[in-house]
Design a protein around this ligand. Structure first.
Ligand SMILES: C[S@@+](CC[C@H](N)C(=O)[O-])C[C@H]1O[C@@H](n2cnc3c(N)ncnc32)[C@H](O)[C@@H]1O
Length: 309
């Protein structure tokens, strides 16, 4: 790290006055940090640099572009320097350094107690919204199992005020974050949070629509994962040794919790799609479909419960 405590960066090999007197502008810091992040092997060095500098300066990221020549004060540089250090040395994800992540056009608060919502998961939200919008009446009962930050359930509650959403999680701390997100995003009226394992918290209740992004990574493959994942809760990432510890009982039991004609969508790792589709079929569900994410990989398995005859 060469951004020093006083914010003055000596030019290479010159610890003398020229480097130390240097004034650092927004653009200087962005260039220096982008290069540093790139050398450290970060995947999106310029974007990371912009997000962290904007956060340190209390600005929107795009506002930086209007202030390239602005000198950055010592206190702001110190805050920025600490963010850079944590990003590089500890590989803390940007979302945790900022304390928030955009999902389905809303800002969700995130901490180390919840999975940072991923763009891939928007595939499930999009599919569920399509189902709700085609339903008549649109007032349906929705279950989001394993809600984490609340990303899926809150997005559905916000987009469909007539839906009644139940969001569950096994982790009480995650539910606290989810409740806070619901309050801040003003959807508390049509969402409730319940704590417990799998379908335990809902008792005998049934739903018109069930969504879940359960933990599905295989513990046996954890060695090759990005270091950033070590900052996310294990319970949110790993589905046991083979990745199916939650998916298996979910697929087996979901039919009993669905109304006739109800819809279920579950996020999976691309390699799990056929297995989960097979389990849905064994459980007597119909209209089984595999939906791709924006990168064209299988990401969601969906199905319906047969209507009563
Ligand atoms: C992959 S994260 C998904 C979080 C959020 N729904 C999202 O898409 O960003 C999985 C969530 O399921 C929760 N979870 C893990 N095992 C569970 C279980 N047996 N029953 C209920 N929730 C569980 C975890 O605590 C975690 O919040």
């Amino acid at each position: 790290m060469t951004i020093e405590g006083n914010g003055r960066v000596p030019s290479k090999g010159a610890s003398g006055s020229r480097g130390e007197n240097r004034v650092w502008t927004v653009l200087d810091l962005l260039r220096w940090t982008t290069k540093h992040f790139s050398e450290q092997g970060l995947e999106t060095p310029r974007l990371d640099a912009e997000l962290l500098l904007a956060h340190a300066l209390g600005l929107e990221r795009l506002t930086l572009y209007l202030q390239f020549d602005k000198p950055v004060e010592s206190g702001e540089r110190s805050a920025f320097r600490e963010l850079i250090r944590r990003r590089v040395s500890e590989r803390v994800p940007i979302s945790l350094l900022l304390g928030q992540r955009e999902f389905w056009s809303r800002s969700f608060r995130v901490t180390e107690d919840v999975l940072t919502p991923r763009p891939d998961t928007e595939t499930l939200v999009e599919a569920a919204l399509e189902v709700i919008r085609q339903a008549s009446p649109r007032s349906c009962r929705v279950l989001d199992l394993g809600t984490g930050s609340g990303a899926i359930g809150i997005s559905l509650a916000a987009e469909c005020p007539e839906a009644q959403v139940t969001a569950t999680d096994i982790c009480p701390k995650a539910l606290q974050i989810a409740q806070r997100n619901a309050d801040e995003l003003q959807v508390s009226e049509n969402i409730r949070f319940l704590q417990g394992d799998l379908f335990g918290p809902i008792g005998a209740e049934t739903f018109d629509l069930i969504v879940s992004n359960p933990p599905y990574l295989a513990r046996s493959e954890s060695g090759g994962l990005a270091p950033e994942l070590s900052h996310e809760p294990e319970q949110a990432l790993f589905g046991g040794p083979d990745g199916y510890a939650v998916l298996r009982p979910f697929a087996a039991g979901v039919g009993e919790r669905m109304e006739p004609g109800g819809w279920v969508g579950v996020e999976i790792d691309p390699g799990q799609a056929d297995v989960v589709a097979g389990w849905f079929a064994e459980a007597g569900l119909c209209e089984i479909d595999i939906l791709n994410d924006l990168a064209g990989r299988p990401r969601v398995v969906s199905a319906r419960k047969k209507t009563a005859t």
